[in-house]
Design a protein around this ligand. Structure first.
Ligand code: FAD
Ligand code: NAD
Length: 466
């Protein structure tokens, strides 16, 4: 039987990064993945394929609607080759997952393919082509998550689908009804709207992306409405039925009226659930809570001292970069180091266009906590860079402490804010004040100038360009 210092179950961004860091720190490491390709949800059916389709559909929309204003004329009709778009997405996924094979090889990590289940706290049985058992001093559970649904919905994977199927459709829907106006619903809803589908988003709460700052919800909804997406907020879905190729979604609105929507596809995007099916955590005595999450302490250690858990399968935001940080943290703890994660500084991004990005506290959270704060906001339309590119939607908003001026939250909507948010993370990591940001030189012309201007607005209410 092979023995290891560490065995990682699951090869998503949490698991594979944990394995690399363990190997870098000199531990003999194995990784177990039930699918044939490494990379987990993120690389196979999550972050990467969704961004590939967002980028492709963005190019298509630009060609259809915006090339002309830039003086680019395309003779003849611009045609969509959807099959090719999906094939390209698959090729991007393929390249990316192969990259993880390379990294495992480079770091001398043994890869086992097959479902891993605990025999006990130090032995894992792997049900692959052949059954084998490995022994490990320490085990990291990184089994991730799966789409969740509502109790009365049957996901048939053809017409009533999750994000996984929505990334590999064979046709553009005529009318896609999206249940849930969160990250997945908006990203994939926007993809199909750009490709010509009618898209209706049915959301339970009174705003989309309800966990982000409400100013972002408002701005994104305004822009997506202009793009033709229809929104039905404060709607409680009560039934989803399929008849042949038609799907009917029934919901009750705020006034308790029953409304129904008929389309050819229904995307169910109401969140994800931690995944531990087949893991047999009970054989090792590992506690799983009532929400299906593996319970961990601040060191991401389960109730069994040599077993740790990271990523979507534990509490907290279900984000790839959060899982990665946790993977590194556990590896470094195992190596006797004292790492730390500031969960308040894990940014959240929605990759629609305009993009939406946030870090720290929202205005709603500061109000609820009774924190006195100042707010500075700067519109993207006032930037030369935005006018040059034609991306004038959005804003940057900086919230800082009323007394100390320390930056408490930064919320953005606009072109490339997914990249821009890192400036805010860096500033907050070093506990910068809004004035610190305001006094830094920002290259001109850039979208980043909106961060400086919002900081000037938060510090002394003296933005320069509005
Ligand atoms: P996962 O990536 O879910 O990996 C877990 C792996 O464990 C899987 O490969 C699974 O097969 C394997 N596994 C499970 N049980 C076993 C077992 N018993 N034995 C062996 N293997 C097992 N996050 C972002 O930060 N940015 C984005 O842009 C983004 N876009 C997304 C788009 C979509 C459509 C979706 C669905 C998700 C997106 N996410 C995004 C979320 C991101 O994918 C997850 O947060 C991330 O993948 C979690 O990583 P993980 O390592 O915890 O688990
Ligand atoms: P989500 O939590 O982002 O959004 C779910 C939405 O569904 C919420 O707005 C919620 O109010 C709504 N909802 C819940 N029950 C409902 C009901 N009965 N009827 C109508 N609406 C209902 O979840 P998601 O969009 O499914 O994404 C799952 C996870 O994947 C998220 O936690 C997210 O972190 C991750 N993800 C991240 C990215 C990214 O980082 N860009 C992209 C995709 C997914």
């Amino acid at each position: 039987m092979s023995t290891y210092d560490v065995a990682v179950i699951g090869s998503g961004p949490g698991g594979y990064v944990a394995a690399i860091r363990c190997a870098q720190l000199g531990m003999k490491t194995a990784i177990i993945e039930k699918y044939n390709t490494l990379g987990g949800t993120c690389l196979n059916v999550g972050c990467i394929p969704s961004k590939a389709l967002l980028d492709s559909s963005h190019h298509y929309e630009d060609a259809l609607k915006h090339f002309e204003e830039h003086g680019i004329e395309i003779p003849g009709e611009i045609k969509l080759n959807f099959k090719k778009m999906i094939e390209r997405k698959s090729a991007v996924v393929d390249q990316t997952t192969k990259g993880i094979d390379f990294l495992m090889n480079k770091n001398k990590i043994d890869v086992y393919t097959g479902l891993g289940s605990f025999k006990d706290a130090t032995h894992i049985e792997i049900a692959g082509d052949k059954k084998q058992t490995i022994e490990a001093k320490n085990i990291i559970i990184a089994t991730g998550s799966k789409p969740s649904t509502l109790p009365f919905i049957t996901i048939d994977k053809e017409r009533i689908i999750t994000s996984t199927e929505a990334l590999s459709l064979t046709e553009v829907p005529k009318h896609m009804i999206v249940i849930g106006g969160g990250v997945i619903g908006l990203e994939l809803g926007q993809v199909y709207r750009r490709l010509g589908a009618e898209v209706s988003v049915v959301e339970y709460m009174d705003r989309i992306i309800p966990t982000m700052d409400s100013a972002q919800s408002k701005e994104l909804m305004k822009v997506m409405k202009k793009q033709g997406v229809k929104f039905y907020l404060s709607h409680k879905v009560s039934a989803v039925e399929r008849k042949k190729n038609e799907v009917t979604v029934t919901a009750t609105d705020k006034k308790n009226n029953e409304v129904s929507f008929t389309g050819d596809y229904c995307l169910v995007s109401v969140g994800r659930r931690p995944y531990t099916d087949g893991l047999k955590a009970e054989n090792a005595g590992v506690k799983v809570n009532e929400r299906g999450q593996i319970e961990v302490n601040d060191h991401l250690q389960t109730n069994i001292p040599n077993i740790y858990a990271i990523g979507d399968v534990i509490r907290g935001a279900m984000l790839a970069h959060k899982a990665e940080e946790e993977g590194v943290l556990v590896a470094e703890i195992l190596a006797g180091q004292k790492p730390h994660i500031d969960y308040n500084l894990i940014p959240g991004v929605v990759y629609t266009w305009p993009e939406v990005a946030s870090v720290g506290k929202t205005e709603e959270q500061l109000k609820e906590a009774g924190v006195e704060y100042k707010s500075g906001q700067f519109p993207m339309r006032a930037l030369g860079r935005s006018r040059a590119s034609g991306d004038t939607d959005g804003f940057v908003k900086i919230l800082s402490d009323a007394k100390t001026d320390e930056v408490l939250g930064v919320h953005m909507v606009g072109a490339r804010v997914a990249d821009l948010i890192t400036e805010a993370v860096t500033a907050m990591e070093f506990r910068a004040s809004a004035e610190d940001i305001a006094r830094m030189s920002h290259a001109h012309p850039t979208y980043a100038e909106a961060v400086k201007e919002a900081a000037l607005a938060a510090t002394e209410n003296r933005p320069l360009h509005i």
